[in-house]
Structures are given as structure tokens and as C-alpha cells.
Design a protein around this ligand. Sequence first.
Ligand code: 13P
Length: 255
Amino acid sequence: MRKLFIAGNWKMNKTMASAKEFANVLKSNMMHDEVELAVIAPYTQLEILVSALYNRPVMVGAQNVFQETSGAYTGEISIEMLKEIDVDCCVIGHSERRQYFNETDEIVNKKLKLLLENDIRPIMCVGENLEVRKAGNAISHVKSQLEKGLMDINSDDVMNTTIAYEPIWAIGTGETASPEQAEEICSEIRNFLSEKYGEMVAEEVIIQYGGSVKPENAEEILRKPNIDGALIGGASLDVDMFMDIYDKAYFTKKH
Ligand code: 13P
């Protein structure tokens, strides 16, 4: 049985001081064994979060990693650097990185392999923009991202990979995909995995939805059978809202 997985992607927000404050409030909340929780923070806040959340069932994640292991790549962060901080997970292929930093599916695939080899859990983002959706190509677009992103990844590794479906038109816009729209693509993602790796493997993979998830809409989204959690941007910056979504995840029909 898949666990629910709620992750907050802070993007380029907060400071070391406010991250520590957030972690302290988070620690005082009740944790549910059945729901995994992660905070995905900017690099400078990772070490503070890892130490503040030490011995707590909260994962700390990075928002990116560079695809080469070392060398003349000014401004980048390597897998070894992330390992040294002891992060648990890492987002790759976020649409903002694809859009502003030309992250291609081939690069995402390289990053995925590095993370898996180094036991850092990858959260691989996929999702279409409005133009692609309007043209009726959302499913084929997402499948193509999966095909290339998961190139040469075996069954064991894919089971340790979280897939986040984040339609670009629903990110930061206040416009959420309807639970039905989100479920449709997430179930297509599972079908894709089933065809590639077999049903048993596909049933193990956690698939998150992301895009304007808030306390008000979280329950109906998380109740869908193929949606196993959420990747939350804006609403994850506020610890009360974030924990509200986490608690709501626990109380959905899956538990
Ligand atoms: P919002 O929740 O702000 O729409 O962001 C979603 C997202 O991009 C998470 O990675």
C-alpha cells in the first residue's frame, strides 16, 4: 500500500532564520506515520533544516542538483555536496527549471540516475503548459517526458522515484486542475508505468499532484485513487496551511 506523500516546495523563498522558525513550529505538530512529509528548501537553508528536524519523521529536500559530479560549473551544486548535508530527497525537472534554465528531459534523466545511485529520493516533475492542454496533447506530452526522463531506469529504481504531475497552467495561478483532470493524468502516468514496468511495480510508485494545492482543495484532490500526495508551492510557505494540508491528507479516505 502506497503512503501519501506531502512535500512543500519553497522555491526561492525564506531565509535561514525563517526556515528554522518554520521547523520549530513543525516539530510541535503531531505526525502521522501513514503520511510522509518533506520540506524542499533553497540550498542555504538545508543544513539548518536537517539539524532542526533531526530525529523527526520529516524529510528535507533540495530543489535541484547538477548533472555532472564536479568541475567547472560555476554556481551549481553537486550530488556529493547534497549528500554531505544529508538531504533525503531532491526535486528534478520542475517546470520552472525547464522554462528558465533549459532543463531538458535528457538532463532530468542524468539527474535522476545520479540521485538514485546516491540514495537520495528523486521527485521528478512532469506536466504540460496551457497551449499543449488546449491542443488536447496533455497525455502524450507527459508520457513523452516520462519516456525520456525514465530512460534506462529499472523497476527497483522507479519504485524509489516519486513522480509529481504539475500542470504548468495551474502553478502559482490560483487555478487548480479539477480533481478529475488531475486524476486523469495521474492514472495515465500509472498506466504508462504499468506498461513499462508491470502492474505490481506501477502500484508502488508514489504520484503527486502539484499546482495551487491549498487547504480548501486538498481533500478532494487527495481522495482520487491515483493521486498519492501533493507538491505544494505557495501554501507550503505558511506552516499552519502546510500542516493543515498534511492533516487533511491523513484524514482522506485512504486512512
Ligand atoms: P503552487 O502550489 O504555488 O501552485 O506551486 C506548485 C509547485 O510548483 C510546486 O512545485
